[in-house]
Design a protein around this ligand. Sequence first.
Ligand code: NAD
Ligand code: DAU
Length: 351
Amino acid sequence: MILVTGGAGFIGSHFVLDWFEQKSEPIVNLDALTYAGNPANLAPLQGNSNHALIKGDIGDSALVESLLQTHKPRAIVNFAAESHVDRSIHGPGDFIQTNIVGTFRLLESVRAYWGALPDADKNAFRFLHISTDEVYGSLAPTDAPFSETHRYEPNSPYSASKAASDHLVRAYHHTYGLPVLTTNCSNNYGPLHFPEKLIPLCIHNALTGKPLPIYGDGQQVRDWLYVRDHCSAIRRVLEAGKVGEVYNVGGWNEKPNLDVVRTLCRVLDELSPRSDNKSYTEQITYVKDRPGHDRRYAIDASKIERELGWRPAETFESGIRKTVRWYLDNAAWVESVTSGAYKNWTAKQYA
Ligand code: NAD
Ligand code: DAU
């Protein structure tokens, strides 16, 4: 079996759902169920005895050690993190705690468990750490996309905390021989995406008649990847990645934020027109920029294609249509995650 952490969040829950569409190998899913973790994401797995969701913190060494001893996983896929840049600007503490201290504690628990395994199991074991392209910092318009050897230059508390976790993972390989793999991925989008991030926030705001907030001039560029493509890349790295290596994962889909939001509006205009028949683009509103806002990210995903034969399956157009359709069909999910504390967050962030 494998141990997945953070598997009730956006990407983690897709990874778990996708896994059981491909195979039956059991998963123990350790998730602290913060505001971003949602057991409802895993509803299709109800009654599946190969999946167990355990509420707990990756930094809780006693719990993690007991899970390792009880279930004896052959691999760990570490998604657990605080993941929203804007929240890291308002309050970096949780990011330091989970992304750095939590990853450190998890690595320590795993090192003890792995060190006691018989040789064959030791060699076969993998610790796959899920990270982000944001650790590389910001690109100028004509710079080449990030390769795996690009220097680390994180600019937000979030990306700095992820960079620290990447360094710890690397160090546990070089110092202790722990068989690690790291993936650094670009911006994901798709169903089950918490509506604090640009794409789900704009879909939700569009449909509820609220402004579509564009930070600064809206010309910041991100490289968008459909979430299930990220999941297939992670599976591929887990099965065939070379120990100690880093793989960049991206969609070859660089787009300025304003283009992304205009595309969303166009798809919404077609699938769910406004009652006044005006375009949702009318709701686009320029707001104060994010402090320290990175201008451009772009991933060179040629290593994972060359060495592991992985390429994304979705285009941006096909992925966005699937995503918008999902949000239209799943109003109850959106309703359940946008009450209560979510309102406090948006009031604070967009005041
Ligand atoms: P998310 O915020 O949607 O989910 C994070 C999950 O981790 C939640 O279920 C949360 O409850 C859980 N969690 C938080 N702290 C925990 C702790 N201390 N112990 C156990 N569980 C904890 O995040 P996401 O967008 O699904 O991102 C998953 C991972 O992928 C993160 O490591 C993130 O840095 C990385 N990543 C995200 C993107 C993206 O575009 N979303 C891109 C590249 C990499
Ligand atoms: O690049 C990978 C990263 O992508 C992941 O590591 C992060 O976990 C993930 O949250 C994402 O980070 P971003 O900051 O790029 O994503 P976000 O959706 O918050 O913002 C995307 C872009 O849109 C960014 O340039 C900021 C801008 N934006 C965002 C919001 C929420 C706006 O213009 N308005 C908004 O209201």
